[in-house]
Ligand binder design. Structure first.
Ligand SMILES: [Zn+2]
Length: 199
């Protein structure tokens, strides 16, 4: 029963196809007929398409690229500068001074690196001595760094409330005891230039 019904429907569709083909005119390949569903608005919610980076990137990015060739003259000017304006090539320095203490050369207006290295080394040594002496105990008192034989001159009251760290060597002659001492004093009564104790 069901089989004969299907055959009848099939035949009906074929006849319909023939009828439509005769109306539209015969062409090769022949026009096909199919059933198409019409979606009613709001009846079925369409699922959102999955987000993909490909949607953003697409075929690729376009970067800014040079559109005109630079001439050799322009390239060289960009690289080495122009003597008329800014010259980028290395020039001999003319502001070299000779240190009065050690005799090394250095740029004018800056400290002599050779002499300054002495200060760096001495400070490092001092820091290590303080670290070894105080270890991890909290620093609650003023820390005073002394060199050999400097503790004798002052009374005991002076050292009260201070942590004394002693360096096991005499004070270098270039290292002043009182770096905060002013170099000038008004009114000047003597012709001595401070700071003193510079050795
Ligand atoms: Zn020097």
């Amino acid at each position: 029963m069901a089989g004969s019904l299907l055959i009848r429907i099939n035949v009906a569709i074929q006849r319909l196809e023939l009828a439509i083909a005769s109306v539209l005119g015969r062409r090769f390949p022949p026009d096909g007929v199919c059933l198409a569903g019409v979606q009613l608005e709001g009846a079925v919610s369409t699922p959102k398409p999955a987000f993909s980076l490909k949607d953003i990137v697409g075929d690729g990015f376009l970067w800014g690229v040079p559109t005109a060739r630079r001439t050799i003259e322009r390239r060289l000017k960009r690289k080495f500068g122009d003597p008329k304006y800014v010259l980028k090539i290395l020039k001999p320095a003319s502001n070299i001074r000779t240190c009065n203490v050690c005799g090394d050369d250095h740029l004018a207006g800056v400290l002599c690196p050779t002499c300054y290295k002495k200060v760096i080394d001495e400070t490092k040594e001092m820091q290590e001595t303080i670290q070894n002496e105080l270890q991890l105990s909290p620093v609650e008192k003023e820390v005073v760094v002394l060199y050999q034989g400097e503790k004798d001159g002052k009374p005991d009251e002076f050292w009260e409330g201070k942590r004394i760290v002693e360096m096991q060597k005499p004070r270098p002659p270039w290292f002043s005891k009182n770096l905060l001492q002013q170099t000038t004093q008004q009114p000047a009564t003597t012709s001595d230039v401070k700071p003193s104790d510079l050795g």
